[in-house]
Design a binder for this molecule. Structure first.
Ligand code: UT7
Length: 331
């Protein structure tokens, strides 16, 4: 049986607060020229008090409206995040309460920056279990809650935001722009985990009452190593999904890679022979929003008219764990 799953109602939400490179210069030893030339990032949005579920709620409301559904029509909520409001309750339960939904399964997944692509595969599986599945998938991150703003090697890279969509077994129809999930490939390699971590507060790194948090509470990363693996892994999984579907990069109409660093995107596109005009980039505006990066880019691309009916979109992500994955969507 063919795995039937459609994606619709894309939307994104970023908090109002903007932190420019010039702003960062005031409290960390960096400069606009370095950040732009090494990463492409010019600014990032920061939550400043809003939580993961606040951002997710805003993105989800619009995603539901755009897919013509009421919150009560949803059968499952999946949240992809590594920065939930709390460990318990999970972010999906907090979001469900904000949306006024009760009595359906609500779960979080953590695959760092690959969380949204992992979520698509989970939703695809759930769609096969029940023909009436209408799944709200929302990736939401307040990455800045886990950033050490004294560490210039990480503090310039990340931003906050959320991206949401609805996945259904049946085509939503009715003029709603929907994509058919042609395929998903997911990968992970735990041996590389130590290269990108957020340890503090985990059971392996418990916090002690009354003590201040240490560096390991925040994102820590071996940037150069992560860069190399990101390019290689995203190239491999992208080429594998193309090959598995008997197509080449020329058949792709729009390429939406994880928005971590413009140099990673350019290196990846070069290795894959993807033409520049087919690559969607918004890292300069939002920085790396972890799991939210790919759905923010998807919704941004759609709002900018970059996705048209009949087109084939390839999305690929990479993140801590390491995790990585790709999905092919026909609109
Ligand atoms: O979502 C997935 C996870 N994250 C990523 O994909 C990020 C992957 N890595 C990267 O994007 C890049 O490795 C970085 C942007 C983090 C760093 O760029 P790089 O070209 O690899 O720089 P580098 O770490 O090799 O550092 C080059 C120099 C160093 O100085 P020296 O040793 O050459 O004197 C750093 O100390 O740049 C210095 N540096 C900075 N200078 C100004 C590092 N961070 C900064 C900074 N501002 N923010």
């Amino acid at each position: 049986m063919k795995n039937s799953c459609y994606i619709a109602g894309f939307s994104y939400f970023v908090p109002e607060g903007v932190l420019t490179n010039r702003d960062l210069e005031r409290f960390v030893d960096t400069n606009d020229e370095w950040i732009v030339s090494r990463t492409g990032i010019r600014q990032r949005h920061v939550a400043g008090g809003q939580t993961c579920s606040d951002l997710a709620y805003e993105a989800s409301r619009t995603a539901l409206q755009r897919s013509g559904l009421e919150p009560g029509d949803i059968t499952h909520i999946i949240t992809a995040t590594f920065t939930p409001d709390a460990y318990v309750p999970n972010a999906a339960c907090v979001i469900m309460e904000k949306l006024g939904i009760r009595g359906i399964p609500a779960m979080d997944i953590n695959a760092a920056c690959t969380g949204f692509v992992y979520g698509i595969e989970l939703a695809r599986g759930l769609c096969q279990l029940s023909s009436g599945s209408r799944i709200l998938l929302v990736a939401s991150e307040v990455v800045t809650s886990r950033i050490n703003f004294k560490d210039r090697s990480t503090s310039v890279l990340f931003g906050d935001g959320a991206g949401a969509c609805v996945l259904t077994r049946e085509s939503p129809g009715g003029g709603i722009p929907a994509g058919y999930i042609e395929d998903v490939l997911l990968r992970a390699d735990g041996s590389l985990g130590p290269l990108l971590t957020v340890k503090g507060g985990g059971s392996g790194y418990p916090l002690v009452l009354g003590e201040t948090v240490g560096d390991d509470f925040f994102v820590q990363m071996e940037g150069r190593e992560v860069f190399k693996h990101a390019v290689r892994s995203m190239r491999d999984v992208s080429m594998d999904i193309l090959k598995k579907n008997n197509i080449t990069a020329d058949d792709i109409d729009l390429f939406i890679p994880h928005q971590a660093n413009i140099r990673i995107i350019e290196a990846l596109a070069k290795l894959m022979h993807v033409k520049e005009e087919k690559i969607f980039v918004n890292v300069h505006e939002y920085g790396n929003t972890s799991a939210a990066s790919v759905p923010i880019a998807l919704a941004d691309a759609w709002e900018k008219g970059r996705i048209r009916p009949g087109q084939l979109v390839l999305m690929v992500a990479f993140g801590g764990g390491f995790t990585w994955g790709a999905t092919l969507i026909r609109f």
